[in-house]
Design a protein around this ligand. Structure first.
Ligand code: BTN
Length: 252
């Protein structure tokens, strides 16, 4: 069972536990539609059977080993054009938390994979509901690999694999809520330059030449950063170009 965090104002205070579900993001979007749902409400499961990831991928997590949950946020202070700033704040919260809890180099792989020592420990799926020129509701889905020992993909890892010991899921969740709230409040108070600079300083591969797939063509580019809409900025032979998630894929 998971406990209500003691040290947050609103993040995780309304905590709904379901032993099993298809996807906490799907349940979270139902909560999101209800106007009575308070900001920071969270739905968490120990056994997510049809977890959803970015680009229509699925997210697999061994039952009872990891944290799989979705937060409901209401960032009505953000314009839809600025919605990437929420991705920035949430990614940084995970980066801060992992830097605090385990050894190793924590990086954010654009747009929001969290890597430790080049392996993915955490995936984030943010689904926003827009209403006119505001963001009415955001479901922030977080899959954090905590105590899972083995993975079908070589590129995945967990806190346990990195630190060499088990973690108490409930304690880690409580602490993570504190980090999430801190970065979310920073976003709410408009500290966008600080947030974007912190994200940039943790951006995986920044300033390095990398290989990407654009459509079916392979290109080589140097990661320069990201623009206001959150598109990846790549310096290629033909100058700097911006790419969104649907257009580009890292290959090496
Ligand atoms: C990705 O890296 O592709 C994002 C993965 C996001 C997984 C989390 S687990 C909790 C929440 N519920 C879902 O169905 N997906 C997110």
């Amino acid at each position: 069972m998971y406990k209500i965090p003691a040290n947050t104002l609103f993040m995780g205070k309304n905590l709904v536990y379901v032993p099993e579900c298809h996807s906490t993001n799907t349940l979270g979007s139902e909560l999101c539609q209800r106007s009575a749902t308070a900001e920071g409400a969270t739905i968490i499961t120990d056994n997510q059977t049809m977890g959803r990831g970015q680009r229509g991928n699925s997210w697999h997590s061994d039952p009872y080993k990891n944290l799989t949950f979705s937060l409901v946020l209401k960032p009505s202070f953000l314009k839809p054009i600025d919605q990437f700033n929420l991705t920035v704040a949430i990614s940084l919260a995970l980066r801060d938390f992992l830097t605090h809890r385990i050894p190793g180099e924590v990086k954010i792989k654009w747009p929001n994979d969290i890597l430790v020592n080049d392996k993915k420990l955490c995936g984030i799926l943010i689904e926003n509901t827009l209403s006119g020129d505001t963001i009415q509701c955001s479901v922030v889905g977080i899959g954090l690999n905590v105590n899972q020992d083995s993975f079908s993909m070589e590129s995945a890892s967990s806190m346990k694999v990195v630190a060499g010991h088990d973690f108490n899921l409930s304690d880690e969740l409580s602490l993570l809520f504190e980090f999430l709230e801190r970065r979310y409040l920073q976003l709410r108070s408009g500290k966008l330059t600080d947030l974007r600079n912190d994200y940039l300083s943790s951006l995986y591969g920044k300033g390095e030449e990398r290989r990407f797939l654009v459509g079916t063509s392979e290109i080589i580019g140097v990661i320069e950063g990201f623009n206001q809409q959150g598109k990846l900025l790549l310096a290629t032979g033909g100058g700097t170009k911006s790419y969104d998630l649907k257009e580009i894929r890292f290959i090496g």
